[in-house]
Design a protein around this ligand. Structure first.
Ligand code: FNR
Length: 192
């Protein structure tokens, strides 16, 4: 059976983003078992219903919707902006949730890892994202909760170098796989 595909959506556009480093390390942890697709959201126009028709739709929206639809599961790695998720991530969630009745996120297992250089680990962003994911019918991993604080001390040029954090990623991988098994079991598909 072919490998399942996990998409990783990063809620930061910053070149040297901590979240990008976390996402890169997570993808290394998962790539033996899964195909990993990094979902591009950097060039998405802001959502407007005026553009959401065959004549006006930005090609980047179409690409995102196709990319998301094709995923078997999705991981979000996000910073916190003013105790919420960054607008660029909310916009991507909105764009791929439409047109009405064709929510491309629906039914997928998901998880959020929130990241901050501060000590609180972006709790607010994590839970705002969970609220939206609930409405979008993404089956979010409940435990372990992943609030990663003090990230600046845990990364180097190659990604996450902190061994304790790497151990946490192993735990996340195990729980995320179990969630995937449950969701696909219920869908009657089974997981390879
Ligand atoms: C922040 N930052 C921030 N951090 C945090 O822990 N809680 C917060 O509410 C905020 N708010 C906030 C708002 C705005 C507009 C910016 C630009 C930044 C700091 C943020 O965590 C920091 O810039 C991270 O480095 C952003 O993540 P990336 O880009 O490194 O992945």
């Amino acid at each position: 059976m072919s490998k399942k595909t996990i998409g990783i959506v990063v809620g930061s556009l910053r070149r040297d983003s901590f979240c990008k480093k976390v996402a890169y390390t997570l993808s290394r942890f998962l790539e033996e078992q899964f195909d990993i697709k990094l979902i591009d959201i950097f060039d998405l126009a802001l959502y407007s219903e005026d553009l959401d028709n065959d004549s006006n739709m930005p090609p980047e929206w179409k690409r995102l919707r196709q990319d998301v639809k094709a995923l078997d599961a999705v991981l979000f790695v996000t910073p916190e902006y003013n105790r919420s998720m960054p607008a660029v991530l909310k916009n991507a969630l909105d764009v791929a949730s439409r047109p009405y009745g064709a929510n491309n996120w629906s039914g997928k297992p998901g998880a959020v890892i929130s990241v901050s250089p501060g000590s609180m680990g972006a709790f607010g962003a994590n839970h705002h994202l969970r609220q939206v994911a609930s409405f979008l019918n993404i089956f979010m991993m409940q435990q372990p909760e992943a609030y990663i604080g003090g990230i600046a001390d845990a990364v180097d040029a190659d990604g996450v170098c902190n061994e304790k954090l790497q151990g946490f990623f192993t735990a996340i991988r195990g729980c995320f796989c179990r969630l995937g098994e449950q969701v696909y079991f219920l869908n009657g598909e089974g997981l390879q």
